[in-house]
Design a protein around this ligand. Structure first.
Ligand code: ACO
Length: 326
């Protein structure tokens, strides 16, 4: 096979706020219960950013951890893509703040806004930059502080989300392009803006001049989620010329245990191959997949050579999947 460039994972890292909020603690402030939250979502606790903790500080800590894990210096990076819907400021991009925090003055850094699909979109985007040869090494980050856009009086949404950040380092490497060779093998992205009202934030610079709060028709999101994600996963598998049985680890966006289980069942992926962290983190939007990857790599589940499927669906709607040989 002719030589080509592939985007290979060199390292992974994560960062969580210091403060944990359990369901019981939440139930003292909001009319809810540990039992309701666990049964409907699988969530037991979430991390909530405190004073001085912002999306860019969490993203920077995750990036530093990923660089250490990769055995690289900040100066080795020439592309930073941050998936986030909760930037520190309307502008500049959180990615440029991360770039400055890391002391990088070359290359390019930008944000990508695809809500909970942000990390999958960021991986697919960085992959195109790296495969084109324009950039050599990317920090791909998902970072969020959703606690700051929640309506803490709305029990139907505030119990579901949390804060955090995760990052991977992707490096352009010569590859024979074989199915067993490392790197991003395939990626599929989709969006359909007709679904805006089902999951959105009711404020913004050009409309209300406020930040706004998250609004969600939970049942409607649930109704669409499984079909949409399984669709792009089948697309990724078809592009790679394999079926779901080839997947070693399924690392879905961690929104809701019931959506994760239903998607895995529909794909015929056994539960022991599914990485689940929603119980610990809640829904951290664009951060949920790299947070889950960090846990599964560090506890020894995901190993070099494993085939990993990541997938997500979020506001917009946006949805996507990527198949990565670790
Ligand atoms: N605590 C206690 N009771 C509650 C709470 C709460 N926190 N929230 C709602 N309820 C009540 C409702 O008022 C309702 O009461 P009623 O029957 O007296 O009217 C009852 O619980 C049932 O509410 P439903 O909305 O029907 O509950 P459902 O089983 O649909 O579960 C949930 C709600 C968890 C939001 C579910 O619809 C869901 O998971 N949807 C997908 C949401 C999601 O994953 N979003 C993120 C994906 S995209 C992204 O990540 C941004």
């Amino acid at each position: 096979m002719a030589s080509q460039l592939r985007s290979c994972v060199r390292g992974v890292g994560a960062a969580l706020p210091a403060h944990v909020v359990t369901n019981d603690e939440l139930a003292r402030k909001v009319d809810t219960s540990d039992e309701w939250i666990r049964q409907r979502s699988g969530i037991a606790q979430r991390y909530v950013a405190g004073e001085g903790e912002t999306t860019s500080t969490l993203a920077t800590r995750a990036a530093e951890a990923a660089l250490r894990n990769a055995g690289l210096e900040a100066g080795d990076i020439d592309l930073i893509v941050v998936g986030t819907s909760t930037p520190d400021y309307t502008f500049p991009a959180t990615a440029t703040q991360v770039q400055a925090n890391l002391g990088i003055t070359h290359g390019v850094a930008f944000d990508l806004q695809a809500v909970c699909s942000g990390f999958v979109f960021a991986v697919a985007t960085a992959d195109k930059f790296l495969r084109s040869g324009s950039n050599k090494r990317a920090l791909v980050i998902g970072a969020e502080t959703f606690s700051r856009i929640l309506d803490w009086n709305d029990r139907t949404t505030c119990v579901l989300f949390g804060d955090g950040a995760g990052a991977i380092v992707l490096e352009a490497q010569e590859s024979d392009g074989a199915f067993l060779s490392p790197g991003v093998i395939s990626a599929r992205l989709r969006s359909d803006g007709r679904h805006r009202a089902k999951l959105f934030v009711d404020g913004g610079p050009s409309t209300t001049q406020t930040v706004g709060h998250l609004r969600m028709e939970g049942k409607e999101v649930f109704r669409h989620a499984v079909g949409m994600v399984t669709d792009v996963i089948h697309g990724c598998l078809a592009d790679a010329g394999c079926d779901a049985k080839a997947i070693d680890w399924f690392v879905p966006h961690q929104a809701n245990r019931r959506i994760i289980d239903a998607s895995a069942d529909k794909l015929g992926i056994p539960r022991e191959k599914v990485v689940v962290t929603v119980d610990q983190h809640g829904n951290t939007s664009a951060a949920s997949i790299p947070l889950a990857l960090d846990i599964a790599v560090k506890d020894g589940r995901i190993k070099k050579g494993d085939l990993v499927m990541i997938e997500a669906m979020g506001g917009g709607f946006t949805w996507g999947a990527a198949l990565i040989r670790w």
